[in-house]
Design a protein around this ligand. Structure first.
Ligand code: AMP
Length: 404
């Protein structure tokens, strides 16, 4: 790969396509953007180039392919130098199953394998494959240079006692029913950055990584490897999220299904789209709203309290899994990076583990700043580190595709 080659990174959701062009060596993001509401009448696209922001309405019901076509014909055609240097395309793929943990060059066989995982990740993998197909069409000359990087990959090191559910063993053996874990690209990035911060090899790092965004997960990392994580068979398990419930009594769903006569789809919507902060507050899934209203609104206060309570419980449990030999706890994701309130409330509960908040540092750690937020005399340290999943995907893709 020549010094000027760049990577196009694509991250597809069911109705969205995030794209960025990244220089894997300098780590510079040259262009980034988001197509939203794909498949809907109000499909639109926005992008950022050289500090300027641009917006455009796409044709009603524009698809992922239409969005990428717009990127190549309308955006990149104005910047031929950007287009000419794209050497490969890296895709975020949610679920790699047990077969794919390492970044993998995409061919028809791999894509067919990803399709067999649709039933494990019905909300995500079909969109990922749509993105892969769209990229192959938009960049036919790079068809061989598409790479999948898996969100489950970093958790391939989970030991069996962490990934098995106490269900009949044959469900694991026959259907792959187990805990997979997600947000692996982010947790890997955070582990790598934390090791750099602390000046120690990742292979010697023991930490807890808290990715708190719309989706949220927490990972215990021992000797640089994931040994437990809060998301499971699907990204619905674990912490309270924007609209996902996280851990609940599984028998509760049987009760609600009977009581309300819910269909499978309604049950899925209930736990994935109507619960979490939105369900508790009955107002918003957006953490900023909860922050602005918790002092005057009882339901927002309760939503915040449940959120913190469960996060602290996970941290306590993971500290025990790591024998309290913690190099750091790190907060990342939209909430972890920006909410001094969440970090303060969590760290105030962790004094017994040897954490001592430095509130001035905590207040300064926002808007993309990294930094330590505990005092220098505290036994354990906590940090804020903005995540960068796109960079991880770009680097892995460049590594795998090699030189031009
Ligand atoms: P993400 O999914 O990582 O983009 O994170 C989105 C979440 O971060 C939403 O719940 C936002 O409300 C939350 N968020 C973003 N900025 C802030 C902020 N300044 N304070 C609190 N929460 C924030």
């Amino acid at each position: 790969m020549s010094n000027s080659s760049t990577i196009l990174v694509i991250n597809c959701g069911s109705s969205s396509l995030k794209f960025s062009i990244i220089h894997p060596q300098t780590e510079e993001t040259l262009l980034s953007g988001l197509a939203e509401c794909l498949g809907l009448t109000e499909a639109k696209i926005s992008w950022k180039y050289q500090g300027e922001k641009y917006h455009h309405a796409l044709a009603p019901k524009a698809t992922h392919t239409d969005a990428l076509h717009f990127v190549t014909t309308m955006i990149l055609s104005q910047h031929p130098e950007l287009k000419a240097h794209i050497h490969a395309i890296g895709h975020r793929v949610t679920h790699g199953g047990e077969k794919y943990s390492q970044p993998t060059r995409l061919n028809e066989q791999v894509i067919a394998d990803l399709a067999t995982l649709f039933e494990l990740a019905p909300l995500h993998n079909p969109a990922n494959v749509m993105g892969i197909r769209a990229a192959q069409q938009a960049f036919p000359h790079l068809a061989e240079n598409n790479v999948a990087v898996f969100d489950t990959g970093f958790h391939a090191t989970l030991p069996a006692h962490a990934y098995l559910y106490p269900l009949p063993m044959r469900f694991y053996e026959e259907y792959g029913v187990r805990r997979y874990g997600f947000h692996g690209i982010s947790h890997y990035y955070i582990a790598t950055k934390t090791a750099e911060y602390l000046g120690k090899p990742r292979s010697a790092l023991n930490m807890i990584s808290c990715h708190l965004g719309n989706g949220a997960s927490i990972t215990a990392i021992k000797n640089g490897e994931s040994i437990d994580t809060s998301m499971g068979f699907t990204p619905c398990e674990g912490l309270v999220m924007g609209t996902r419930c996280g851990d609940i009594d599984p028998a509760l769903l049987i009760y609600l299904k009977q009581k309300l006569n819910l269909t499978t789809e309604q049950t899925s919507d209930l736990i994935n789209k109507q619960s979490g902060l939105l369900g508790l507050s009955e107002q918003s899934s957006d953490f900023r709203y909860i922050t602005e209203n918790y002092e005057k609104d009882e339901k927002c206060r309760l939503a915040l309290e449940v959120y913190i309570h469960r996060l602290v419980k996970y941290i306590g449990a993971y500290a025990m899994l790591l024998d309290n030999q913690l190099d750091a706890i790190v907060f990342t994701g939209g909430i972890g990076e920006n909410s001094e309130l969440v970090r303060r409330l969590v760290l105030e509960k962790l004094t017994i583990l040897g954490f001592e908040l430095d509130q001035e540092r905590n207040l300064n750690a926002r808007f993309g700043n990294s930094g330590k937020i505990t005092t220098d005399k505290a036994h354990h340290s906590a940090y804020v580190i903005p995540t960068n999943e796109e960079l991880v995907i770009a680097k892995y893709t460049a590594e795998l595709v090699g030189s031009k």
